[in-house]
Design a protein around this ligand. Sequence first.
Ligand code: FAD
Length: 415
Amino acid sequence: MRFSFASLAHNAMTYHQDWPRQWRSPTPKNHYDVIIIGGGGHGLATAYYLAKNHGVRKVAVLEKGWIGGGNTGRNTTIVRSNYLWDDAAHLYEKSLQLYEGLSKDLNYNIMLSQRGVLNLAHSLQDVRDTKRRVNANKLNGIDAEWLDAEAVRAFCPIIRTDKKARYPVLGASLQKRAGTARHDAVAWGYARAADMRGVDIIQNCEVTGITRQGDRVTGVETNRGTITAHKIGICTAGHSSVLAEMAGFAVPITSHPLQAMVSEPIKPVLDTVVMSNAVHVYVSQSDKGELVLGAGIDAYQSYAQRGSFHVVELQISALLELFPIFSRLKLMRMWGGIVDTTPDACPIISTTPVKNLYLNAGWGTGGFKAIPGSGFVFAHTIANEAPHALNAAFTLDRFSTGHLIDEHGAAGVAH
Ligand SMILES: Cc1cc2nc3c(=O)[nH]c(=O)nc-3n(C[C@H](O)[C@H](O)[C@H](O)COP(=O)(O)OP(=O)(O)OC[C@H]3O[C@@H](n4cnc5c(N)ncnc54)[C@H](O)[C@@H]3O)c2cc1C
């Protein structure tokens, strides 16, 4: 059933008892044309575009838990495209453009809120780097502005901008089209739209092995039996190296916890997203009124998706450097996700050494904003057995050829 004013009115008459389930819960078939491993945003978007743009008929998404239960449902929901290097900027800009039309495309309100993202500059070097990024963005046709300290104060009056601050605000970049989107809705919207096109979304189905015949992939072993497939795409974020090992190759990915937290809900007070790499905090206010705060990655590697106390202390002190106004707020809850980091802070969307096996990984701390664009180009790569122009640079072999796209220290460090 499509969501519309008519369907809402109709269901209101029956006390909302007759809404159908948003997607089926099918039994796995023995064989698929394409299996996508991982039911996060990237896996679900890939399945959707495989069905929609490439007419692939038999597609399954295998998810070991519940869809969106990984990083997709744990992130701080910032979307933006103001990356420094051309390859990254073009890919993230494509994604932002798809986000702008996504609620209509999926017939699902993803609650995109283009409230702007400020990246604060606190030192002369920050100012130079930020202005350079603003200019690079403009050359790539991406909206970006430089705000001096006074303009920052006018745009977001509750930021501490006085000169006595330990980290004085000297200015900021502003991308007005950037903002936030509702993370669950992105996963659910893609799931529902993919299901409507015949994609089987199979939850509680853990892939435990990847089978090969010679140099070609043939299927997967799961806790629900063996399933064969012509092609397989891996979209498992923090578990990418585990899946690659199952297929017999190594990836330059390390998995770290990344933590976030929310305050108690308060009345609307912050109508933009503020990020500071120097103080290291990024903050926005959710539609429920909570302040949503994100940290940097934990220094150690782990698969434990939980928060820890030392990060609370760091995050709250970083927040209060910029926003003394929040000093009496209470923290409500915190959590962690496992992010897949690469040496150049850029993703891998690529063929692999195993034929018909494709990898979409390495999004690290910033892949929520990339979900539509990543799904779009990964579906293209799987369907055509060759990359789309937008992901041609994001190969796995760049780590041996040296063609890195280094967003570390530029735009890849924050979300
Ligand atoms: C705290 C935090 C804050 C963040 N903030 C932002 C932000 O503000 N903006 C932004 O752009 N990005 C942000 N990110 C990053 C972003 O969340 C991720 O890059 C993105 O969600 C990755 O999506 P995904 O679909 O690749 O992975 P996931 O959503 O993690 O999905 C992968 C799925 O694979 C499944 N899986 C793993 N192994 C198997 C297996 N063997 N068999 C079957 N299924 C398996 C998992 O259960 C999981 O559901 C943040 C991340 C975190 C943790």
